[in-house]
Ligand binder design. Structure first.
Ligand code: PMP
Length: 415
């Protein structure tokens, strides 16, 4: 897939610090932000000369920009199988999209949420009327617990992640949607981690709302989407009050708000960000069916197997029956502080992973991880030697008793 999808900045041939190693710097942090696809960089370069304020300008550049922005919206909607009538609202990212929806759920409606969520799909709900469901040991039991709470008392919305950003485990969102609908609730899927790894079709899954971020889907920062049913969104307070969100404003300053996507997109939009996100969707769409999964499957399996064979390494897992997972692997190394391991992997082996609590504090507590964990995550630019390098580095640390000799300065570990 590499030659098919060259990535910008994904394969850095840069000399590395630490023991004179001069190999390529390995990025195993795709789950945080994925490097831009070449097709995205090319598209941005191509459209950059034309950008101008959208919608209200009569000039040529404004017309081009408006067409670009609106066609980007259609591309993104089609990419995830939006239904006719669904709104595709451009947002800053997934966090922004879920906060937008949180402001649109009818006031008297309760939101049901699991305790495995990223804070972006937790805090917008726990700040309003909600029910937090403790995750059970299996996915089957967790889904049963969701069904039981919905049967006991109706809720307006079930907010669930498509894929855990800590463990990579995938949840059966189609089944959850079916159960929610049977009890009169809607479903929003946090697709931040799922969409970059799996084809998601909200019509086929019968999911009401989907949120995801461009910067995890091989486009630059600053663009995301909320896609879904229009009625709540049209009735909600505008997400960003200001220019573009109104039909008219009286001399008393009172607005008559418009409906549709414009209601929530007040202010000058990120046209280039939207175009970049659409270019990423197009590039992924053009790949042969199953290519993304195929590229990742063997790498993922080797990553899991390699880490699990190292004594003292614990690969994090929420559910004992999770059958499907993406190349996002959280782990701990017994006797080693995660933050120090992350610095060691980068400084001594040129491997970039993430450490910490991954904005999922309740989940880490549930998994009995106190100090933080590490996370290696794969994407389209990942190669088998990246995985081998990480496995080798962790094994060297553990089995050869390599010492990490760093000091902590201002809260950060430095060699
Ligand atoms: N949900 C999940 C599952 C995530 O992994 C992330 C990003 N770490 C988010 C939501 C938030 O995404 P963003 O920072 O782009 O808003």
């Amino acid at each position: 897939i590499g030659p098919l999808l060259p990535v910008v900045g994904g394969n850095l041939a840069a000399p590395l610090a630490g023991g004179g190693r001069t190999a390529r710097a390995v990025n195993l942090d795709y789950a945080a932000s994925a490097p831009a696809l070449q097709a995205v960089a090319d598209h941005v370069t191509e459209v950059l000369p034309y950008y101008a304020s959208v919608h209200r300008g009569a000039g040529y550049a404004s017309q081009v920009s408006t067409a670009l922005y609106e066609s980007a919206r259609q591309t993104v909607a089609k990419f995830v199988g939006a239904r006719p009538g669904d709104l595709t609202v451009f947002t800053r990212n997934t966090t922004d999209a879920l906060n937008l929806l949180a402001g649109a759920v009818p006031d008297d409606g309760e939101v049901v949420v699991l305790d495995v969520e990223h804070h972006a799909n937790l805090l917008p709900w726990t700040s309003r009327r909600h029910r937090l469901i403790p995750t059970a040991g299996t996915i089957a039991e967790t889904v049963a617990a969701l069904e039981a709470t919905l049967a006991e008392r109706p809720a307006a919305l079930v907010a669930v992640t498509g894929c855990s950003n800590v463990t990579g485990e995938i949840l059966p969102v189609g089944e959850i949607a079916r159960i929610a609908h049977a009890h009169g609730a809607r479903v929003v899927v946090d697709g931040a981690q799922l969409v970059p790894h799996r084809r998601v079709d909200i019509t086929a899954l019968d999911v009401d709302y989907l949120a995801f971020s461009g910067h995890k889907l091989y486009a630059p920062f600053g663009s995301g989407v909320l896609i879904g049913r229009s009625d709540w969104l049209d009735a909600a307070q505008p997400h960003q009050k200001g220019g573009g969100a109104v039909r008219s404003v009286g001399t008393d300053g009172q607005a008559v708000w418009t409906t549709g996507v414009a209601r929530h997109e007040g202010g000058t939009p990120n046209v280039i960000g939207a175009a970049a996100l659409a270019a990423a969707c197009r590039a992924i769409d053009e790949l042969p069916e199953g290519a993304v999964e195929e590229h990742e499957a063997a790498l993922s399996a080797r990553l899991l197997e390699g880490l699990e064979q190292i004594p003292g390494v614990r690969v994090l897992r929420v559910w004992s029956d999770s059958a499907d997972r993406v190349g996002v692997v959280g782990f701990t190394v017994e006797g080693h502080e995660a933050a120090r391991v992350a610095v060691y992997l980068s400084a001594e082996h040129g491997v970039g992973v993430r450490d910490g609590k991954f904005c999922a504090h309740p989940l880490l507590a549930r998994l009995d991880v106190t100090g933080g964990a590490l996370r290696a995550s794969l994407g389209l630019g990942s190669r088998s030697d990246d995985v081998e390098r990480l496995v080798h580095a962790v094994r060297t640390l553990v089995t050869e008793g390599e010492k990490i000799e760093y000091t902590q300065i201002d809260g950060a570990w430095t060699p």
